[in-house]
Design a protein around this ligand. Structure first.
Ligand code: GLU
Length: 319
């Protein structure tokens, strides 16, 4: 019998993987806001959380950074919990092949194409429960903290920069208002979304969040059922098809896991019913995904047999 993912995770040389990743020097640091531009290129943190909530980490897995777009699947999950039919009606579920911040809506409906691009995330962040921006963000922060299994905070400098430099997101907001897709003030919508992107996480936190989705919405560290199980397949399928932006097709072929990246260099992946993975390394590839995060997940998937379409653990049964 092939070792289980948990058995693999217990004895996998994560530190050796990290050293190997640090020898990769390609990629560029995001400079869309000053706080992201100040990140170090010479860090790489990797974390794995299994079904018992056991957590394995490398150095740098405790380094804090803003979650950025890696928050989007979790905000989407919370919005689905709060008003599933409205969210599925308001936001498409199709990959676009466009950049994450493309100024594009579905031509017939005026909807954002999916919740992983900025237009979709801007809308879903404002479809969670709450009659004011502060109430909506409070719902998001509380829900994301439950996914993380700890009280999370916001980097106020990042939030301020995201709002000050968020003209492209405001343009998306006004485009959606012009199509009747967004019915609240654009600045209010952008403020909720920008604060969600500014929540502070670590690679270890991302691995716990990814594990919570991997185990049907139940956080394996705290035991809390964060979202109902039936919401999870919707979220994981959108992560699998749209989570890595224009690199999503290559990612699914090479790694084969639902995942979401963020421009601060975070990457979260879920191995359904097996593991959660979190990686942090700021240098990004041309699609805005962490270079070392992608390479680390490719190696983990190959070495531990994590590809969702790979051979079964009890492969001998099928020979
Ligand atoms: N805050 C960034 C934006 O709204 C997030 C981009 C990303 O992480 O992909 O553009």
């Amino acid at each position: 019998m092939t070792p289980t993912a948990e058995e693999h995770a217990e004895r996998y040389d994560l530190h050796g993987l990290r050293q190997q990743m640090l020898r990769e020097s390609s990629g560029t640091i995001d400079d869309s806001i000053p706080e992201l531009a100040a990140a170090s290129a010479d860090v790489c943190g990797i974390a794995i959380v299994d079904d018992d909530g056991d957590t394995r980490t490398t150095p740098d897995a405790d380094l804090e950074f803003s979650v950025q777009s890696a928050v989007k699947p979790f905000v989407y999950a919370l919005a689905l919990v709060d008003d599933r039919e409205r969210v599925l009606d308001a936001v498409g579920t199709e990959p676009t092949g466009e950049a994450f911040d493309a100024i594009v809506l579905e031509s017939e409906t005026g909807r954002p194409p999916n919740p992983m691009v900025n237009a979709g995330a801007l809308l879903t962040a404002n479809l969670v429960d709450g009659s004011t921006p502060d109430e909506r963000f409070a719902r998001i922060l509380s829900g994301i903290s439950a996914f993380a299994g700890r009280e999370l905070t916001v980097d106020e400098n990042v939030s301020r920069s995201e709002q000050l430099l968020g003209d492209r997101n405001r343009a998306l907001g006004y485009l959606m208002r012009s199509r009747g897709t967004l019915d609240i003030e654009v600045d209010d919508a952008v403020s909720v979304y920008a604060r969600a992107c500014s929540i502070v996480v670590t690679a270890e936190v991302l691995a716990t969040m990814g594990a919570t989705l991997a185990f049907g919405g139940r956080n394996p560290v705290t035991g809390e059922q964060v979202v109902p199980r039936e919401v999870v397949p919707i979220v994981l399928s959108i992560m699998a098809t749209c989570g890595m932006y224009d690199g999503s097709g290559r990612w699914m072929r090479r790694v084969g896991l639902p995942a979401k990246s963020g421009v601060a260099g975070g990457l979260v992946a879920s191995v359904p019913w097996q593991l959660g993975l979190g990686v942090y390394s700021p240098p990004l590839d041309g699609e805005g995904n962490s270079v070392r995060g992608v390479l680390a997940c490719e190696k983990l998937s190959d070495d531990m047999g994590l590809h969702v379409f790979g051979p079964p653990r009890d492969e001998a049964r099928y020979r």
